[in-house]
Design a binder for this molecule. Sequence first.
Ligand SMILES: Nc1nc2c(ncn2[C@@H]2O[C@H](COP(=O)(O)OP(=O)(O)O)[C@@H](O)[C@H]2O)c(=O)[nH]1
Ligand SMILES: [Mg+2]
Length: 399
Amino acid sequence: MTQAATSPVRVILVGGFLGAGKTTLLRQAGRALAAQGKRVGIVTNDQAQNLVDTELLRREGFGVEEVAGGCFCCRFSDLLGSSKRLLESYKPDVLLCEPVGSCTDLAATVLRPMQQFLKGRLDVAPYSVLVDPQRLKQMLEQGKRSPLSDKVLYIYNKQLEEADLIVLNKVDALPAEAFEALRKRLSDAFPRANVLALSALNEQGLGAWLDAVHMQAPAGQRSIHVNYDVYAEGEAELGWLNAAVRLRAANPVAWKPVALDLLKALKDAFHERSAEVAHVKLSLTAPGHALTGNLTSTSGHPFLMVQGTAEAPSTEALLILNARVQTTPEALREAVEATLETGLPRRLLKEIERLDCFSPSRPVPEHHVPPPEPCNVGAENPCGIIRDIFKPKKKQANA
Ligand SMILES: Nc1nc2c(ncn2[C@@H]2O[C@H](COP(=O)(O)OP(=O)(O)O)[C@@H](O)[C@H]2O)c(=O)[nH]1
Ligand SMILES: [Mg+2]
């Protein structure tokens, strides 16, 4: 008996800078697809173990695999292994993938290799890159005083250059006029990409995005010029910390205020040290209780929130903390260790079960597949940073 041929599974990669809303979009898209009766597999990615996102998405009931210890491009074999495992054991109808938020050049190092190595089994969707409008607005308004360094902004720019779809997220977070002005600037600056507006959090525009990533359109075909020295230096300017801390108390504790106070204390600690937060994320889990907290900048009006269930107080919880902050690993570790002492109630006993702190090492992709048709995006400005891209183009001087 011959086996019926199965159609390839659509794989949807969602990139974009740290804190832009990738995991939120994957979660909401996963829920919407599951409501249509589809099985949703997800591959998450981090430079270290103990990723809050993985735990959060597993809690939702999706089939989740994690590629840890390096980004998708440097751990492509692991990504391939995880995707195959999900395809064979979980049998998803759709596969969603979230690369690390400081990565770029993914069309050449992840999307095209995936298409090549899993030909006939996976079908790569147009590549979406998410943008946080507040972060973008801050960069444009503050110019050279922008808290993120030029090399980090270089990565930010490269991420946008290679997008098939630029998704301006958090439409709920800005007045409509300001949001529309940003959307127009993105369209003008990146004319090759389709720019969509979305609120991943409240699902505004989610249907239109899902339609766009299910269209048969060119995916990951852009060739961009990436200067790997600048890219590596940009990533190295970000301190990365993942920690797992067991918290115990003699009497039951209500964990929500604990999570909120800890995030506030971390924000103050980074502010005092002039260290710009790219994204600090925490989860607190106790029996029947799961909270997630986020902080997506230090300066301006930091976006700080804690979501989750508030069940009966308990005497023990596991805190997982992921911090990506523009500072050295040593300074990051010092700030976090000090804040775990001062920002948590004194009556809590803290046991650090694991703490990894480093800055990402130079990206060395396993594969680099050129596009079918070469194009020269960024070649004229190989070290361009996001600010420059939005500057009005100078008229050519007459000779
Ligand atoms: N207001 C608002 N917040 C959002 C939206 N999407 C994500 N966020 C918040 O942005 C923060 C970072 O989101 P996350 O999905 O973890 O970002 P990631 O680092 O790109 O995966 C979280 O606090 C989210 O709740 C949105 O559409 N509107
Ligand atoms: Mg995430």
